[in-house]
Write a protein that binds this ligand. Structure first.
Ligand code: SF4
Length: 329
């Protein structure tokens, strides 16, 4: 895995994405689904930041909001110091040359009526890159880079397996030489037998081009395999963020502890399995205080009243939990 550089490529500051909920003929506003609720994080050049959490925790919405596929409600998204939230359509299109996305379902990025060659070429056309001959050569080069045959460019998506389609999705994302890729559960729709091949391909590409990834997954073993640092998300908020090894060796947030304890191969030595009670509450009506408190095995009286803030408890280890922020106790 290529070593990351210490420059911040992306900085997200207090990002929120709320979906208003309305009722009745007059569309009266009765609340908001707080899918992303004040997230701050950064990704360095060449770094893989793993983002993990149960389904419905807001991690995919966060990825799409960073790219402005979903418009943020508030907050800043700084890419190389430029606030993406303030860019107009033309500037945003230019920026998307540098930040690309790989979707969970490879069919989402492939038009069934287009040949795969045309699909991979499309970003080059959108960004007006190269002439026809150069584009044809680039598409053939990308097909080979992702382990497909250049001669297959005239085939249609239905002629490929799920794993091959994800390779095509990766080739398409790489076409315009991005610096950051948002990978939204890129292997979870694939057969287990091909997941490792796609993960290894993504790591090879990361190493070869020094790319940064925001790697979104609910599978902790995937994050362990891929990431340098990891962030744990719960109900729209980051609850723990640190170096991957530090979290896997010694998870501090009770939610992280429970997630890790549920995977036998990842359970830290000497720790028991912690059963998470109930389901993730609705982001429309989250519990007061710490949103995790109804499910927490270490809950304190203060947790029901006061929301813990994300604080740095040791260098580069951030946690939102009253157990680790003694100022609150
Ligand atoms: Fe559990 Fe309280 Fe920490 Fe929330 S703040 S995770 S309820 S101990």
């Amino acid at each position: 895995m290529k070593q990351m550089m210490n420059h911040e490529l992306l900085e997200v500051k207090n990002l929120k994405k709320y979906y208003p909920v309305t009722t009745g003929l007059l569309s009266q506003h009765i609340g908001d689904i707080k899918a992303v609720d004040g997230v701050s994080l950064s990704i360095r050049e060449g770094e893989i930041l793993g983002l993990v959490g149960e389904s419905g925790c807001g991690k995919s919405t966060l990825g799409k909001t960073i790219l402005r596929l979903e418009e943020p409600t508030s907050g800043e998204i700084l890419y190389k110091g430029i606030d993406i939230t303030r860019l107009d359509k033309k500037e945003l299109r230019e920026l998307r040359r540098e930040i690309q996305i790989i979707f969970q379902d490879p069919d989402a990025s492939l038009d069934p009526r287009m040949t795969v060659g045309d699909s991979i070429c499309e970003p080059l056309v959108i960004h007006n890159t190269g002439d026809e001959k150069e584009r044809t050569e680039r598409v053939a080069e990308l097909m080979e880079q992702v382990g497909l045959e250049a001669g297959q460019t005239s085939h249609y998506p239905h002629e490929f397996s799920g794993g091959q389609k994800q390779r095509i999705g990766i080739a398409r994302a790489l076409a315009v030489n991005p610096r950051l890729i948002i990978a939204d559960e890129p292997v979870s729709a694939l057969d287990v037998s091909v997941q490792a091949q796609i993960l290894n391909l993504m790591m090879d590409i990361q190493e070869e081009f020094g790319l940064a990834y925001l790697f979104i997954a609910h599978d902790l073993s995937v994050i362990k395999h891929m990431a340098h640092r990891m962030a744990v998300m719960y109900l729209g908020k980051i609850v723990e963020l640190a170096n991957k090894k530090e979290i896997f060796d010694n998870p501090l947030h009770p939610y992280t502890e429970a997630l890790l304890s549920a995977v036998p191969s990842l359970k830290p030595k000497g720790k028991d399995r912690i059963l998470l009670r109930g389901d993730v509450p609705s982001p429309l009506n989250p519990p007061p205080g710490c949103h995790f408190h109804p499910r927490c095995h270490r809950v304190l009286p203060i947790c029901r009243q006061k929301e813990p803030q994300l604080v740095e408890i040791s260098p580069e280890h951030f946690i939102a939990c009253h157990l680790h922020n003694t100022d609150n106790l």
